[in-house]
Design a protein around this ligand. Structure first.
Ligand code: NAD
Length: 422
């Protein structure tokens, strides 16, 4: 899907509301001016995600992948199949010295992000960093400060920000069509342990970094950050409190991070965002549900359910009435309540045809546009920032077994952000 189809699919061309709801879309406004220019990009970390990002970038005529860097030869070999002949580095600092690199895409394990992003801004590169931003709240805050002072573009890999059905849904949330938000429920259920097969045991921690505390915060930084970001986008505020419980309940062999986590994030007005993730049952899959007073959104399914559904066909109503009359005549029969199990509301699609993508390709397209123009899209760094911070705070709440308050010192100016640098 190109940018034109994308805007068309949302059906909101020229809508001021769309820009107010998802202001980073302003990145597309200069699109004609960037024709004929190229963003020269270096990739740091060419593993599974890095290769996917490269495949999208390689299709964009406004991008040139001028260099790659990895410490693991099989990852370099696979990346070279996507961009044969590109310059190869084994140390990211050497790649950063390359003056032909305008911007870097960082897709290394979580614990590597902080030094790489900081060093990249230090030498004046634009940065696309995969989620989550950093391993701890302090480092994430430092990265954000560094970005503010660097006057460079900063994207975080929260691709739902560019998913057309999410954008359309958020526009409906923000314009009041669905009433007020009553609750948010997010879950990600899988049935696998994340473990990758290895030839040499000494490579286990390097290859299976997601399973070890020194490199990863597991469920929270790998999965939850995508979904918690939806809460911030929908509510334009963050929950100030979080409590939760994490455990290893199934995948007990040699892993350190939880395979089972449940958390409650609490907003100041009492609205809650419930989060849970189980890695040993996939029946419910993943979903982000926004429960509003006039309707419910299920964003992964591209579905919207209005609270009031069409009345049942007349003949069914007749049968119901007849049955009620019958039971009314009997003093002991009938219930005094209506069963409140989930109803059979089939809902509507948010967008008629959901695009195949999850927003990643459009986000990378937007990144290239931003690099060429040197303009930071509104709110995109801030969305990424809070997604990481909420994940990390939730993780800490589970580790400490306490209810934690979002620290004031890590709050940033979310709504009155700077619109553009240049
Ligand atoms: N946005 C998304 O939906 C999404 C999806 C998957 C992964 N990710 C993120 O992408 C990042 C990478 O995940 P992955 O699944 O590709 O992991 P991976 O293990 O497949 O790849 C990581 C690569 O980084 C390399 N690397 C490690 N240390 C390095 C260093 N010091 N210098 C250069 N290269 C180094 C590794 O050798 C490996 O090739 C993580 O932050 C992850 O959370 C995001």
């Amino acid at each position: 899907m190109n940018r034109k189809d994308f805007i068309k699919s949302i059906g909101l061309i020229g809508s001021g509301l769309l820009m107010a709801s998802s202001p980073w879309l302003n990145v597309f406004s200069e699109e004609k001016k960037t024709v004929g220019y190229r963003a020269r990009i270096g990739i740091i970390g060419t593993g599974s995600r890095g290769q996917l990002l490269m495949k999208f970038l390689a299709k964009n005529p406004k991008v040139e992948i001028v260099a790659i860097c990895d410490i693991y030869q099989p990852s370099i070999d696979k990346a070279l199949r996507i961009v044969p002949g590109t310059r190869i580095y084994k140390d990211y600092r050497s790649l950063l010295e390359n003056k032909n690199v305008d911007a870097v895409v960082i897709a290394t394990p979580l614990d590597q992000h902080y030094p790489m992003v900081m060093d990249a801004f230090e030498v004046g590169k634009h940065v696309f960093c995969e989620k989550s931003i950093a391993y701890c709240m302090e480092d994430t805050f430092r990265v954000y400060q560094k970005y503010l002072n660097a006057n460079r573009v900063f994207f975080v890999g929260q691709q739902r920000l560019f998913d057309p059905s999410y954008i359309k849904a958020m526009e409906m949330v923000h314009n009041g069509t669905l009433g007020s938000i009553s609750a948010l429920r997010m879950y990600w259920h899988r049935n696998n342990d994340w473990r990758r097969p290895i030839d040499k045991p000494e490579l286990d921690e390097q290859i299976n970094w997601r399973l070890y505390n020194a490199h990863s915060k597991g469920i929270m930084t790998e999965l939850a950050c995508h979904q918690l970001q939806i809460g911030t986008w929908a509510r334009r505020q963050i929950p100030n409190k979080v409590l939760g419980h994490g455990a290893i309940t199934f995948w007990k062999e040699n892993r350190e991070v939880y395979d089972n986590a449940s958390l409650i994030y609490i907003y100041d007005d009492g609205v809650k965002m419930n989060y849970d993730s189980v890695l040993s049952n996939k029946f419910y899959g993943l979903e982000e549900q926004i429960l509003c007073s006039n309707g419910t959104l299920e964003l992964e399914k591209n579905k919207l359910y209005y609270e009031e559904i069409e009345p049942a066909p007349a003949f069914l109503q007749m049968i119901n009435e007849a049955e009620n009359k019958l039971f009314d005549a009997l003093p002991f029969a009938g219930t005094s309540w209506v069963p409140e199990t989930a109803n059979e509301n089939k809902g509507h699609h948010i967008l008629d045809a959901k695009s195949n993508g999850d927003g990643t390709s459009l986000m990378l397209y937007a990144f290239a546009e931003s690099v060429i123009t040197g303009t930071q899209p509104s709110l995109i760094a801030e969305e990424g920032y809070y997604a990481t911070q909420l994940s990390l705070l939730g993780h800490q709440a589970m580790e400490e077994g306490k209810t934690l308050i979002f620290p004031d010192e890590y709050k940033i100016n979310y709504l009155n952000h700077k619109l553009a640098f240049h």
